[in-house]
Design a binder for this molecule. Structure first.
Ligand SMILES: C[S@@+](CC[C@H](N)C(=O)[O-])C[C@H]1O[C@@H](n2cnc3c(N)ncnc32)[C@H](O)[C@@H]1O
Length: 235
């Protein structure tokens, strides 16, 4: 099943009913694999991509963020149109990470700040280096596009401007390479700070457990309808 189809079932029948219907149809190994994925999810580190042009870059960034266990990735795409990730590069990883679309950097920044994130702009040449960035609070790491980098609007919103030192003749890394390097290091440091591999809250864990088990079952909608019919007959 697709993620949005399972979400519709959750909306209709509730989280618990979907999870209960899907679980007996899954092999033990699959359930363990999905539960390990939930244990490792990191909510307190997120990525913001601003007005990307190249769907291959976007897809590679989504794939890296998911691979390092992030829960959420935000895009600001008011200037370039709806964010698209090339499917041949992202290889279906969008099922396992939530994408949030925003029209403006300001709107996205305010929302993340309300959620308790410290906002960090990645800017080639910025004085603060990646290793010096404090990791004691939730971090939202902002990346600019391939040509112009992060907008002035986004940089002004951020609490820090941070860089990875360059020692060759190029002036910046490729966008998706930058995402992978920042997330690799910051996810490791954040996990060390937390003393845990993941930090998913209980309510979200339950929702994702139902969604992930649901997407792993073909025809779950028919199964649920049958279960509901059986219930109606026996009551
Ligand atoms: C190709 S770069 C953009 C180059 C753009 N001309 C600039 O000066 O920002 C794309 C994005 O990757 C990130 N990036 C690339 N190299 C970086 C570095 N050395 N330090 C921090 N961020 C970097 C930034 O988010 C940047 O906006």
């Amino acid at each position: 099943m697709k993620g949005h189809e399972v979400d519709a079932l959750i909306e209709q029948y509730g989280i618990e009913a979907v999870c209960q219907a899907a679980t007996p149809l899954l092999e033990e190994q699959r359930i363990e694999r999905l539960d390990r994925g939930l244990d490792a999810k990191l909510e307190s580190l997120t990525v913001v991509l601003e007005n990307l042009y190249d769907p291959h870059n976007g897809a590679a960034a989504v794939r890296s963020a998911e691979a390092f266990g992030l829960c959420d990735l935000h895009t600001v795409d008011g200037a370039t149109g709806a964010f698209e990730a090339a499917p041949d590069v992202s290889l279906g990883t969008q099922k396992w990470i939530d994408l949030h679309r925003h029209q403006t950097a300001t709107g996205c920044g305010h929302l993340l700040r309300e959620q308790g994130f410290v906002l960090c702009a990645t800017v080639p040449g910025a004085d603060l280096e990646l290793e010096e960035l404090p990791v004691d609070k939730p971090l939202a790491i902002w990346f600019g596009n391939e040509r112009d980098g992060l907008s002035a609007e986004a940089q002004e919103l951020c609490d820090h401007r941070v860089s990875i030192a360059m020692h060759g003749f190029c002036q910046s890394f490729n966008l998706s390479v930058s995402v992978a390097m920042f997330v690799h290091r910051l996810a490791a440091k954040r996990r060390a700070h937390l003393g845990a591999v993941g930090d998913l809250g209980e309510a979200r864990r339950e929702l994702l457990r139902a969604r992930w088990r649901g997407i792993s079952v073909r025809g779950l909608d028919m199964v649920m309808r049958r279960l509901e019919d059986d219930k109606a007959v026996s009551s």
